[in-house]
Design a protein around this ligand. Structure first.
Ligand SMILES: C[S@@+](CC[C@H](N)C(=O)[O-])C[C@H]1O[C@@H](n2cnc3c(N)ncnc32)[C@H](O)[C@@H]1O
Length: 484
């Protein structure tokens, strides 16, 4: 095992695929009955995926020749990659398959976005575990990708994009990547172009986020996907396992369940079991949307590092409440609280008033839930009656539900808060979001119970009951009416 220092690991995105995971990934592509299989492994590292696909081709014995191009940027990896290439050739020789592995040192983005694709653009299979790293908007990589027609804020998305561009029509892309491109606005342009060029055939999720790359300390929810360039949108196989060593559960769903044709954001929804399916169906059949409820959701207006002069550690008579995620406690916003964050917002000029919302009930949702939190969506109510009916400021790490910039009424606020904290919403949310970030777009994309149901739910609440009781209330007051 090659030992890399952690700084270079995160700069180059060097997290290598464990052997069993590589085997799982290499089991994904259909192996066509052809004389020769042309494979690209971009960001090949020590060649784990190359070795796994060559091994499979040799063992299945239906293809006479494999030509792999293994491209790697980091010279430190080359001796190991060369060695893997040699072992692959030897294995081919032993098993009667003609194996050629061409190792190319270079930057895959530079190589594939130039005047012509230097590695080639007619591969039958691109198999990858690409590097993950944000790409700054002015970086040459981002501009080169934009010139190639792709909006890619992350290196892994750039690799996926180039993977698609490097395929012959009908070629297959198989990749293990973070799940973050499946939803949210950040990857929307990328996702739409990707989905317009390939048909997904299989998606695999790992239920445990850390185990696949456990030895590297990576905390990512990863998926393996296989897709066909220009393929037809047929049923999709969804598989899941706790990690790469576990048995695999399997479901087959119509393509529209994975990517709904009328979804203008083209979220990729990965429903792995019956309970998630029921939750997703129950929520999809709900009648309301935030706009039909006349409720809006926006990110908190105070960006604290830009408003330092306005912040006060502890509230003083002249300051107004400032709410951070740390103020959200079991369904209610507790203020002031000792959370190591400013609790007061001072108005220093007229423009500062824009940061405030008038006195009223609001529901705040954390934009980034902590990993240890049981639910992804964590919502709490701001109750103006407990705070002298003052205007209030919400910090930017919160999403805030409001009515055209004003407060909601009490019942609606508590109904929304209970609904958002319910297990059925959590299940549904996890089918389209694989990370701890909760975007306002995600919250807008969901269906909601109608106003009466939300009010019935909120009517008796001024604290959040325990999860079991809350879920029973939601079942009875917000979901049963749909079923009836
Ligand atoms: C996540 S690792 C995976 C390595 C290998 N594919 C595997 O599955 O074990 C990504 C690899 O991409 C390489 N890499 C990073 N940026 C690259 C680039 N622009 N062009 C080519 N390789 C790159 C890294 O050095 C690293 O070896």
């Amino acid at each position: 095992m090659i030992s890399l220092d952690q700084a270079s690991q995160s700069v180059q995105g060097q997290y290598f695929t464990p052997e069993l995971a590589a085997e799982l990934i290499a089991s994904f592509p259909r192996l066509p009955k052809a004389d020769c299989l042309r494979v690209l492994d971009p960001g090949a590292g020590s060649g784990m995926l190359t070795a796994a696909i060559v091994d499979r081709v040799c063992r299945e014995g239906e293809i006479g020749r494999v030509e792999v191009t293994a491209a790697e940027l980091d010279p430190i990896m080359l001796p190991a990659l060369d060695r893997t290439a040699e072992l692959c050739r030897q294995q081919g020789h032993r098993m009667g398959v003609d194996v050629e592995v061409k190792v190319v040192q270079g930057d895959v983005i530079a190589l594939q976005t130039g005047f012509e694709a230097e590695l080639g653009d007619d591969f039958d299979l691109v198999i990858m575990n690409p590097p993950y790293r944000k790409l700054a908007s002015l970086s040459w990589q981002r501009r080169a990708m934009a010139a190639a027609g792709w909006e890619t804020g992350n290196l892994y998305a750039a690799f996926l994009a180039l993977g698609v561009d490097s395929l012959a029509p009908g070629g297959q892309l198989v990749a293990i990547t973070p799940r973050s491109f499946a939803n949210g606005p950040y990857f929307e342009q990328f996702r739409k172009r990707l989905l317009s060029q390939v048909a997904l055939g299989r998606v695999h999720t790992f239920e445990s986020r850390s185990t696949v790359f456990a030895d590297t300390g990576v905390l990512q929810e990863n998926i393996v996907l296989s897709a066909t360039k220009g393929g037809t949108r047929q049923d999709v196989t969804i598989t899941s396992s706790r990690d790469h060593t576990d048995p695999v559960n399997e479901r087959t769903v119509p393509y529209g369940e994975l990517v709904a044709p009328d979804d203008r954001h083209q979220f990729i929804r990965i429903i792995t079991n019956g309970a998630d399916d029921r939750a997703a169906k129950a929520i999809r059949s709900l009648p309301a949307s935030l706009s039909s409820l006349a409720v809006r959701v926006s990110t908190g207006r105070v960006v604290d590092f830009r408003a330092r002069q306005n912040l006060q550690d502890t509230p003083t008579p002249g300051s107004l409440p400032l709410i951070y995620p740390g103020n959200l406690r079991g369904g209610l916003i507790e203020w002031p609280r000792s959370i190591g964050k400013a609790q007061g917002f001072r108005l220093l000029g007229e423009a500062d008033a824009k940061a405030l919302l008038p006195s009223g009930y609001y529901v705040a949702v954390k934009r980034f839930s902590a990993k240890e939190e049981r639910r992804r969506i964590v919502a709490s109510v701001w109750d103006p009656t407990q705070h002298h009916h003052q205007p209030v400021a919400f910090e930017n790490h919160l999403n805030v539900f409001h009515a055209e910039g004003k407060g909601l009424d009490r019942e609606l606020a508590w109904g929304l808060c209970a609904w958002l904290n319910s297990s059925v919403v959590d299940r549904h949310f996890r089918t389209f979001s694989g990370h701890t970030q909760v975007n306002a777009t995600d919250l807008r994309s969901m269906n909601y119970p109608d106003e009466d149901a939300l009010r019935r739910l909120g009517h008796h609440l001024d604290v959040l009951p325990g999860q079991e009781e809350l879920d029973q209330l939601v079942d009875r007051l917000a979901l049963e009416t749909v079923a009836a």
